[in-house]
Write a protein that binds this ligand. Sequence first.
Ligand SMILES: [Zn+2]
Length: 345
Amino acid sequence: MALLFSSSVNTYSPSFSYEYSNRIQYDSAAMASVNPNTPDKVKTKILIISDTHGLTFPTALHPDEAVDVAIHCGDLTHHSTLAEFKNTLSLMESLNADLKLFIAGNHDFLLDHAAFQDKIAETKSLSRGVILDTLFGRDFGARGEALNMLRHTTAPNLFFLEEGNYKFRLKNGALLKVYATPYTPGTDAGWGFQYHGDHDFSINGRPDVVISHGPPLGILDRDRDTPKRLGCPLLFEAVAKAQPKIHCFGHIHNSWGAKFVTWKPTISEWPSHFTDIEHSKSHTLATLATEQNGVHASSHCAENDYPVGDGSTLFVNAANTDDERLSQMAQIIDIELDMVRQDSR
Ligand SMILES: [Zn+2]
């Protein structure tokens, strides 16, 4: 698999290791190898999981099917411990996918330096200034250890994505454009990757897939217990304007499901789920009332009832935990992607 990349903040080297710079880098050798007679689009199978919280799937729910891409939408851990991150890496490695992408969630505060410093300060004050170095060392590892472990995995097809825009060339010849963000609206609970007030979800153009930890406001974001909508309005605005084929997330565990959304022909300057969705042409396709066994699969190609692209988006809340164990299905979505072309830059 060749990997292309486009972002203002991150760059992958051709050897798939991470580098950080402001350069934009493309795999020109891979681009040059494209046959001009290849078809325009290729069917691509995408496995989506989220909120595994360091847990393991029971056999009946473990996604074994071979897919082109596997995506984990964050909350890799519950307590942000090194052992949980290692468990999740093993889980990702166990998936049968050509390309595997994962992001952080609010539970993964060890990866958010500022949030973790706050945790240390809070612990110091609770323990009257006694620094619990051995506890931090045992549970959380050395400074930066977890982040380094995720950034530099030994698996050549496994990528931890920080906030930004990315391009990948898949083994099936497709170009996959992704925007990723771990950020969710702030609470006072000391979580990681929280924002307070404004946040700039800078989605480049029209990506194929938006991967966020939290849902957008108004879609698969209702917390059954409160019951309140807990999605992010700024994320909704950005996604309504970008209109990706898939927007996948988790975070609100009991809003697991899938919803096909048709957008209004013209999107407002400040879009909302009240004003910018064609509700008569939008349909909830799966909820927790769906039998939770195996994986939930649906196809959204041109010949299907709910094709994505050209004014429609499939939203997927892929949270796998019910807060205690992994009891909610992984989802496998088929879509069509453009083949890599010389002009895909
Ligand atoms: Zn979670």
